[in-house]
Unconditional design. Structure first.
Length: 156
């Protein structure tokens, strides 16, 4: 049970880590890697921004390996699994659902998913590293939920 709680807690904590990293690292000193994600002038399937997948995978892999090899530190395994689970959720939500890198899950009338898509759209209206908003992925401002619910009711 503790292993599940550690994994789940880490998964949810990663939303805060994501927000902070996106706001202060990706829109800060590593903007040069993230910039092509906001400016689609030279759009390719792969972006420099994709290096962040590797950057975030490294701590997860190291924690999983350390927790597996050294049983006294097995809690590290579950922290690593929580990070990996969040990375998988990020891939599904951000790359597949929002940016449609793979053309599946193209339509949804779910209010939560609509709110996520709207918040991300508002994030991308800023083409430079300043004046951004909505830096998280799974937690979005309530106003976008309200907007999505109103839309859904109007179109039922």
């Amino acid at each position: 049970m503790n292993s599940f709680l550690i994994t789940l807690g880490t998964f949810f904590a990663m939303e805060g880590v994501t927000w902070l990293t996106h706001r202060f690292v990706m829109h800060g000193f590593l903007w040069n890697l993230h910039e092509d994600h906001h400016n689609k002038d030279n759009a390719h399937f792969f972006e420099k921004n994709d290096y962040f997948f590797v950057i975030f995978a490294i701590p997860s892999m190291l924690l999983i390996i350390t927790g597996s090899v050294l049983p006294i530190y097995n809690y590290l395994l579950f922290i690593g699994l929580g990070i990996a689970a969040y990375g998988f959720a990020y891939f599904l939500v951000h790359e597949i659902f929002i940016h449609q890198r793979f053309k599946i899950f193209t339509r949804s009338n779910n209010a939560y998913l609509r709110a996520i898509r709207k918040a991300h759209k508002m994030h991308h209206k800023h083409l430079n590293k300043e004046d951004g908003e909505c830096f998280g992925m799974l937690c979005v401002p309530v106003k976008y939920f309200v907007e999505a619910i109103k839309y859904k009711r109007a179109n039922e």
